[in-house]
Design a binder for this molecule. Structure first.
Ligand SMILES: C[S@@+](CC[C@H](N)C(=O)[O-])C[C@H]1O[C@@H](n2cnc3c(N)ncnc32)[C@H](O)[C@@H]1O
Length: 286
């Protein structure tokens, strides 16, 4: 079982995480942690604490621990994942936002200003959008995904602060957005098809194939996102795509072929890589 994709944290927004102190017996915590450790959970104590803190009844707690022991992602069991200090609602069947994607958010925020038109393609649970809206609330935000479960989660996480659309990449967006966009951010599936077999079971068995499979070299969806970007972006505006260190040069070459200038930002701490494309020309916005 791989490590959890979030951690117990005091910096979660939303405020409805019960305190872990005084609500649970340490014997109960030790017993649950022992069960989880035996099943291969690396951070068994943390996970036990998070499950206990949810305030489940004893019967519910047994069922939750059994689900975790059988390999279901902790986030699907809890119903939320931590992302950028937010509690992002995730239903079973939706991609669990990864900590490395917080680096994408940081990169987008440096280019975002109030009033910007922002598009989050392949939005999944809407984690990127929700985090961006906290950092720069006064934007016109559109998020889109092809998967109805993802769209349902994104609507819950974004609420009325943005428009969430269902469909295939840009085709999901209102036509009038074309040519008005300041920023497109996209964390598309980028795992090469053959590499999916080597992913942790939590991802392979519990996240939808459409969220993982990027085709033969992993870049099929990215190529489509990049090829159509010039029709949607204002002059001088940006397209940011999460990629991997190994795939970054291909993502950059694809951006350049589409007529965008391109750079790469990388975080060693998060093992995160973002390709940043800029549409040529001067932005008409001040
Ligand atoms: C790797 S997940 C990322 C989700 C989210 N952006 C995040 O970082 O947590 C990729 C997402 O792309 C969506 N997706 C795949 N193909 C798509 C397409 N053709 N059009 C729109 N969304 C697509 C999947 O449903 C999935 O939610």
């Amino acid at each position: 079982m791989s490590e959890p994709r979030h951690q117990a944290s005091d910096r979660i927004w939303g405020g409805d995480i019960p305190s872990r102190t005084g609500r649970q017996s340490s014997a109960e915590l030790r017993q649950i942690a022992a069960n989880l450790r035996q099943a291969g959970c690396v951070f068994a104590e943390d996970e036990a604490g998070l499950l206990l803190a949810e305030g489940f009844t004893p019967a519910e707690l047994d069922a939750m621990v059994a689900r975790r022991v059988s390999g279901e992602p902790l986030e699907h069991i809890l119903g939320w994942a931590e992302f950028c200090g937010l509690k992002i609602m995730v239903e079973p069947g939706v991609f669990v936002p990864r900590r490395r994607t917080e680096f994408v958010v940081d990169q987008v925020v440096t280019l975002m200003r109030p009033g910007a038109v922002v598009v989050d393609l392949c939005c999944g649970s809407g984690a990127i959008s929700a985090a961006l809206l906290v950092r720069v609330p006064e934007v016109e935000l559109y998020a889109a995904d092809i998967d109805p479960v993802a769209v349902r989660c994104a609507r819950r996480n974004i609420g009325d602060r943005g428009t969430v659309c269902q469909g295939d990449l840009y085709a999901a967006l209102p036509a009038e957005v074309a040519g008005r966009v300041d920023l497109v951010v996209c964390n598309a599936p980028y795992v090469p098809t053959e590499a999916i077999a080597f992913m942790p079971a939590e991802a392979r068995l519990h996240e939808p194939r459409v969220a993982l499979d990027g085709g033969r070299d992993g870049l099929d969806i990215q190529r489509r996102v990049i090829a159509e970007a010039p029709d949607w972006l204002l002059p001088g505006s940006h397209l940011l795509i999460e990629t991997s260190r190994a795939q970054a040069s291909s993502t950059v070459a694809t951006l350049r072929r589409a007529g965008l200038s391109a750079t790469v930002a990388h975080s060693d701490d998060l093992d995160a890589t973002v390709a940043i494309g800029r549409n040529p020309g001067r932005s008409p916005r001040p």
